[in-house]
Unconditional design. Structure first.
Lengths: 125, 125
DNA sequence: CAAGTATTTAAAAAATTTTTGAAATATTTA
DNA sequence: TAAATATTTCAAAAATTTTTTAAATACTTG
């Protein structure tokens, strides 16, 4: 009949474990929604190798856009697009120096770059 | 004239810093290409809030697909799509239990989830 | 073995992201 | 002030990712 919700069944072996933790609904309710959103946002900002490369380069040395575009091998506008994403994500910031814009890591950007090594599968423990 | 490469100019203030580090070319050459590729890959796998949510849920409790799809509120096939991405990224693995597939974090997956808190801007130091 | 359940796969459609190329800005220099 | 330089912005095109729907698998149970 229409509108009948089919009850879903958790396999026995798993249900035991779930009950020990206060039930499925509770596990769901206790997920840290804000943290999840933030993590996904940062991950998304860095989901492109060129943007990650920019971050690595800036970790070593602040640079103007004409340098950064050499680093990733791209046009100005492409580089600018990536930089604006990184900026919107709060990872880099820029200041004008004459005709140039000098980009560098924000404290937040630095704190993240610091943990990059965690993302090498070699680290599997 | 055609084919003339325009030499790019690094602003004075920056060039001093760059020379101290052995020059621009060297900075570029020493970027850890493999690490950059790996970082971007992991970030890319987790660039979606639903996938991050799955990881958080699995950190707490191994689950079958019918549970995970409730967690993220989606259809089977959508959930399956995300799971296959996570699997391809080496973050989760699955084992059959009768009619069910039970998903859980790989050691690599666990090692990464462990560092999620780093990705909250509140952590800015 | 037929029917039911859980899940995956495949293909097409929809949505999002990235790239490109041209034009707009702002600053410096002649 | 005109010309040159560095960079951004915008809109269209191209590429990629995600969603949807339907069909295919594989296991379990009657």
């Amino acid at each position: 009949m229409a509108g009948v919700k089919k009850r879903f069944v958790i396999p026995e072996e798993i249900r035991v474990e779930v009950e020990e933790k206060g039930g499925f609904e509770r596990i769901i309710k206790e997920l840290p929604r804000d943290e999840i959103r933030m993590v996904a946002k940062v991950m998304n900002t860095l989901s492109d190798p060129q943007r990650v490369k920019i971050l690595y380069a800036l970790k070593r040395q602040r640079m103007c856009v004409c340098m950064l575009r050499k680093v990733i091998g791209s046009s100005y506008s492409r580089c600018s697009y990536h930089l604006s994403k990184l900026k919107k994500g709060g990872l880099v910031h820029s200041e004008r120096l004459g005709n140039y814009f000098i980009y560098s890591l924000t404290p937040f950007g630095k704190s993240i770059v610091k943990h990059f090594k965690k993302y090498r599968p070699e680290v599997r423990t």
